[in-house]
Design a protein around this ligand. Structure first.
Ligand code: SF4
Ligand code: SF4
Length: 350
């Protein structure tokens, strides 16, 4: 009998890989569960979330619920991925201010600009904040600062042993080789059983050499062979901006044109400012990428629904969210359109 490859691997090979980026520091459990449920049903290949034990458990539960609803084979599940960083990084932080310092006549522009309603009169809700940074510059009194948020490299192995995941993504910056070594050592207990590894990187001078140095560490490690031969390089164009304007998608495509010349082993994937313009732009530029990771744009697409009660209790909301999510997924997987409305979807309230 021929063994069927996991669908995420097949999608990488076919250039149709779709990753939902839940946010490297987002810990809003109800919202993440709804996002994971809707995007799994919509056909996502990977759900990428923060390395928080409660988030991992809740998102895995939501993926399980979606798989049960679809009666899908184990090979058709999306990978559950956590994002980590080898040093300071914009994705791994939380905003903070002390509400008692705010002048009473402040018009509170911070409340209005936050895309996820993480700011209330009393301050920042840390579970909801994903560190996008939009509130900082609008405070007329400069009261908002940012604190790093990420698990200690020394404890990450134990965390992932207790809360297993399928995949890990490491955000890196040029000059962080020492930090990468420390994180990699912390990951040692889980490397042999990972199904996928992704490296996320911004456009910085010297990045090509840095990535090749990381590859040498990865290549000679105990990382599972299946993951080593399917390394995903995430090209981070304009971080956490895909919901701001369609034009943000351009940055990742331009950066990818450069990265294509670097001859990295594995797959290239767009992220950072990606939205519904990304696939068309990538095709226009004749980019050779394996897929796209969508963050703030994909979350905003179904935010109204996902911020309400659990989708599992509201089939009508779930159906609407899945239909919206599917329209985005279908840009990479047009065959889902041709398959028509899945029978399990028609069972949800119209
Ligand atoms: S605007 Fe961004 S950084 Fe500020 S509180 Fe909201 S999510 Fe956090
Ligand atoms: S904008 Fe600044 S001063 Fe005004 S409420 Fe927000 S944090 Fe406080």
């Amino acid at each position: 009998m021929v063994e069927c490859l996991p669908r995420p691997y097949r999608s990488l090979d076919a250039g149709s890989w779709f990753k939902l980026i839940g946010g490297a520091s987002l810990q809003n459990l109800p919202s993440l569960a709804n996002l994971a449920l809707a995007y799994t049903l919509a056909g996502a290949d990977c759900i990428d979330v923060s390395a928080d034990p409660a988030v991992i458990v809740e998102v895995r539960r939501a993926i399980d619920a979606a798989v049960r609803l679809m009666a899908a084979a184990p090979t058709e599940r999306p990978f559950l991925m956590v994002s980590l960083s080898d040093g300071a990084d914009l994705h791994f932080r939380k905003a903070h201010f002390s509400a008692e310092d705010c002048p009473s006549d402040c018009a509170r522009p911070c409340l209005r600009i936050c895309p996820v309603d993480a700011i209330a009169v009393g301050g920042v809700d840390r579970q909801r904040c994903y560190g996008c940074g939009r509130c900082g510059p609008v405070c007329p009194f400069g009261l908002i600062d940012f604190h790093a948020w990420q698990p200690d490299p020394g404890t990450i192995g134990a965390l992932l042993a207790a809360c297993p995941v399928d995949a890990v993504e490491i955000h890196t910056h040029q000059g962080n080789l020492e930090g990468f070594h420390q994180l990699w050592a912390g990951l040692a207990p889980v490397l042999p059983r990972l199904q996928l590894l992704a490296i996320s990187f911004p456009d910085e001078p010297g990045m090509r050499e840095h990535l090749h140095a990381l590859w040498e560490v990865i290549r000679t490690s105990t990382l599972a062979p299946a993951a080593r031969t399917r390394l995903v390089w995430q090209i981070d164009g304009l971080p956490m901006s895909g919901d701001l304007a369609r034009s943000t998608a351009t940055r990742a495509v331009q950066f990818a044109l450069k990265v294509q010349q670097w001859h990295l082993p594995g797959y290239l994937q767009l992220a950072g400012g990606t939205n519904d313009a990304s696939v068309a732009l990538a095709r226009e530029a004749m980019l050779n990428v394996s897929g796209v990771g969508y963050g703030s744009y994909a979350r905003q697409l179904i935010q109204l629904e996902s911020e309400t009660d659990s989708f599992e209790r509201h089939p009508k909301l779930l159906r609407r969210a899945v239909e919206r999510a599917r329209a985005l997924v279908c840009q990479l997987k047009p065959h889902l359109h041709q398959e028509g409305t899945a029978s399990w979807l028609t069972m949800l309230s119209p």
